[in-house]
Design a binder for this molecule. Structure first.
Ligand code: SF4
Ligand code: SF4
Length: 238
């Protein structure tokens, strides 16, 4: 992949900049290669795209499309940031905060959280809609890890890394809409989930303080979100 124009590459314009990428790459790949940042939340290098969070929507010739799941095509004109798109992104983050219980000062992921970083990036100063004040079940049955579903943003990174990289298929989604939750082995408690290999990939992949290690205190949970991508690359290299 290159931002230099090459004959067999797809050529498009992103934010007024000529960009050239290998065929089959996404708009997110193309923008990243050109040094243009598009905010993401459910995307994680090495995992199949879910296009779930809608943070990465961009304007493609007048249509809004998720950059992570849209293939770059010759002649596209892409705008990654407009006042309307910025408002949309801020609203997405605002609703995620209102839906969960995100009291960052008391969170083990404080200072190391992608949701918190996004809130800063989009300029979220307050939440204007009522909080849902969810009281969901914390599952701390696993000896090493715990899941606090009130901090889950339903990005599905844990589900995908568990299935696609570890091959365990422990994590899945249950229910729909506001009742949607991540679950282990069809609602078994985590410690009773026999498919779990305790590899910890869900911990590293989770962008928030929803899946964390036990024994860490406020702001101590630092994750390595590069890890799943590295594991995929290593596996593909054989
Ligand atoms: S998960 Fe992130 S956004 Fe939510 S309380 Fe923890 S640090 Fe804050
Ligand atoms: S537990 Fe974490 S990784 Fe899994 S869906 Fe929720 S926020 Fe995403």
């Amino acid at each position: 992949m290159s931002s230099k124009v090459q004959p067999d590459h797809v050529k498009l314009v992103i934010d007024g900049q000529d960009v050239s990428v290998e065929p089959g790459r996404t708009l997110l790949d193309a923008a990243t290669a050109a040094g243009i940042r598009i905010p993401t939340l459910c995307h994680l290098d090495g995992l199949p795209e879910a296009a779930a969070c809608r943070m990465c929507v961009v304007d493609v010739d007048g249509r809004w499309l998720p950059a992570c799941a849209t293939e770059a095509v010759d002649g596209m004109h892409v705008v990654t940031k407009t006042p309307e798109i910025e408002t949309h992104r801020r609203t997405v983050v605002e609703l995620l905060f209102a839906e969960g219980n995100h009291v960052c000062a008391f969170c083990v992921s404080n200072g190391h959280c992608e949701l918190q970083d996004l809130a800063c990036e989009v300029g979220l100063h307050s939440v204007r809609v009522p909080y849902s004040f969810r009281r969901d079940r914390i599952d701390a049955s696993h000896p090493g890890f715990l899941v606090d579903r009130d901090r889950c943003v339903l990005c599905g990174r844990c589900v995908r890394v568990c299935a696609e990289v570890e091959g365990a298929h422990t994590w899945a989604f249950a229910n729909r809409g506001t009742d949607a939750r991540v679950i282990t082995d069809l609602w078994e408690t985590w410690d009773d989930a026999e498919s779990c290999t305790s590899c910890g990939k869900c911990v590293e992949s989770c962008p928030t303080g929803a899946i964390v290690c036990k024994g860490v205190s406020n702001a101590e949970m630092v994750k390595d979100a590069e890890l799943p991508g590295e594991l995929v690359a290593r596996r593909n290299r054989g």
